[in-house]
Design a protein around this ligand. Structure first.
Ligand code: FAD
Ligand code: 2HG
Ligand code: ZN
Length: 470
């Protein structure tokens, strides 16, 4: 192995091959669910360096764990505890390569932090709409590898829909330049779409060409109290009708989830938390004017109050107030982490079936485990719920996980199947759900996935143990 380390040092420079000291920032996942052990953490600065690293690892049959900001939720970007894998961290590759205004595209290195991409787009007068609470540290490579969703999917789609082309280093260390800015290209299989959502198991994404959009003239945010999930769904229907393509965000937040923000971030003001079972955050991005956006929002909210699907509502007066409302929503994952570990279910269900899913699954869980607390929130506009399960107040969370995690997962995922949903809407499979996939995905689909994996990575060195079991 010393020979491999020496080759890696020659490839990327000795300073960028970490073998000693505290490597926990790269070896442990964001939620601290697992701590692995790496042979080395390697931080290349260019695509050619990535290719050299992959070739060296392939020659030594050494596993590679691609890593961006290490903010993933499913233990996908950290090594196992064997000490055999090289963590390939892309964050030094952080250049914005080009903005093509006429083509409405931006091309960036994979290690670019999402917020940097948003800012570069805005500096050029455009919008890059992918947005999630980890945007200050997650990377575009990680976003694509997980096909991240976030809060703007209802209008702009997830990372896949925003991507036009990729540059990839294959598992053999070859460079595929697929950085096309084309919106139409029917020359055979869509290789780009294979790598998007592959969670580092097929190759290393080193750059991407992403879509840009015109900046809206006005973006307004509203916060509504809604009495039930049925009411939230009725409000969503009204929002689609009143705002059309202007509806860019529709987030739902349960009372308990918001209560955690109140408890752990007492400096934040959370409207209607005390009096309402659910709150909804809506965003309206308008190409006409602020007056137009405000009038649209007012008509929508009047209709909602009249209909009874909202019992109270506020529209942010200015950008600071809008930011403050979004800040509450974005802090839910952090407030949960403060409260302790929980069992996360990042699920999607056809929007129309979400109220029945919640009513039935809540009742089943509460019957099964006395005192269980449900942290429910998510991107209702695209049918994606974060249906998280927290231990009863006085319980030790580690003991709760040991005793109940398997049963809780089975119960929730069986319900997801029953309601025609998916066990991962946006976070992916990683290692946390790798054992579940065979139970909840079609055997035919799994066989095709296995064939793709074997064809592109015959040695099985790309992120082994993630997504598909060997
Ligand atoms: P990492 O965590 O480093 O890696 C994630 C996966 O991608 C791993 O399997 C890794 O091997 C692979 N990977 C990383 N880079 C590459 C590459 N260049 N080539 C090939 N494979 C690679 N997700 C959502 O979808 N929506 C949300 O709203 C959302 N909110 C979040 C909020 C918080 C507070 C946090 C902590 C996370 C959130 N996430 C959300 C999770 C989400 O998956 C990540 O934040 C993000 O997409 C991962 O990017 P990353 O650079 O941190 O990737
Ligand atoms: C979000 O929407 C993220 O905030 C995290 O996807 C969800 O913490 C979670 O369960
Ligand atoms: Zn989410």
């Amino acid at each position: 192995m010393n020979g491999l380390i020496e080759t890696l040092r020659q490839a990327v420079g000795a300073n960028h091959v970490l073998v000693d000291g505290d490597l926990s920032a790269w070896e442990q996942d964001w939620r601290k669910r697992a701590r692995g052990k790496a042979l080395a953490v390697v931080r290349p600065g260019t695509t050619e360096e990535v290719a050299q690293v992959v070739r060296a690892c392939a020659a030594a049959a050494t596993p590679i764990v691609p890593q961006g900001g290490n903010t993933g939720m499913v233990v996908g970007s950290t090594p196992d505890d064997s000490g055999r894998a090289v963590v390939l961290n892309l964050t030094r590759m952080n250049r914005v390569r080009a903005v093509d205004a006429a083509n409405l595209t931006i091309t960036v290195d994979a290690g670019c932090v999402l917020q940097t991409v948003q800012e570069a787009a805005e500096a050029a007068g455009y919008l890059f709409p992918l947005s999630l609470a980890a945007e200050g540290s997650c990377t575009i490579g990680g976003n694509l590898a997980t096909n991240a969703g976030g809060t703007q999917v209802v209008r702009y789609g997830n990372a896949r829909e925003l991507c036009l082309g990729l540059e990839v280093v294959t598992a053999q260390g070859e460079v595929w330049d697929g950085l096309s800015g084309l919106r139409k290209d029917n020359t055979g299989y869509d290789l780009r779409d294979l790598f998007i959502g592959s969670e580092g198991t097929l190759g290393v994404i080193t750059a991407a060409t992403m879509k840009l959009y015109p900046l809206p003239r006005a973006t307004l945010t509203a916060w509504a109290a809604v009495p039930s999930m049925d009411a939230a769904l009725a409000l969503l229907g009204l929002a689609h009708r009143h705002l059309g393509a202007g509806l860019t965000g529709f987030e739902v937040m349960g009372q308990f989830a918001l209560g955690l923000v109140v408890k752990h971030m007492p400096q934040l003001r959370v409207p209607f938390q005390q009096e309402s079972a659910w709150c909804v955050l809506l965003e309206n991005a308008d190409q006409e004017s602020e007056e137009h956006a405000r009038a649209q929002f007012e008509r929508l909210l009047e209709a909602a109050l009249e209909d009874g699907c909202a019992t109270d509502a506020v529209v942010a007066e200015n950008i600071a107030q809008a930011r403050a409302l979004w800040h509450v929503r974005e802090n839910i994952p952090l407030a949960q982490a403060e409260e302790g570990l929980n069992i996360k279910h990042d699920i999607s269900i056809p929007v129309s079936r979400i109220p029945d899913f919640c009513a039935e699954t809540d009742a089943l869980l509460k019957r099964e485990i006395a005192g269980v607390r449900l942290v429910n929130f998510g991107h209702l506009g695209d049918g994606n719920l974060h249906y998280n399960v927290q231990a009863p107040e006085e319980d030790d969370m580690q003991a709760f996980l040991r005793e109940h995690e398997e049963r809780v997962n089975a119960l929730v995922f069986d319900q997801v199947r029953k309601f025609g949903g998916s066990i991962s809407a946006e976070h992916g499979i990683g290692t946390l759900k790798v054992g579940k996939l065979p139970h909840y995905k079609s055997p035919v689909a799994l066989k095709m996935m296995r064939a793709v994996k074997d064809a592109l990575d015959p040695q099985g060195i790309m992120n082994p143990g993630k997504v598909l079991l060997p």
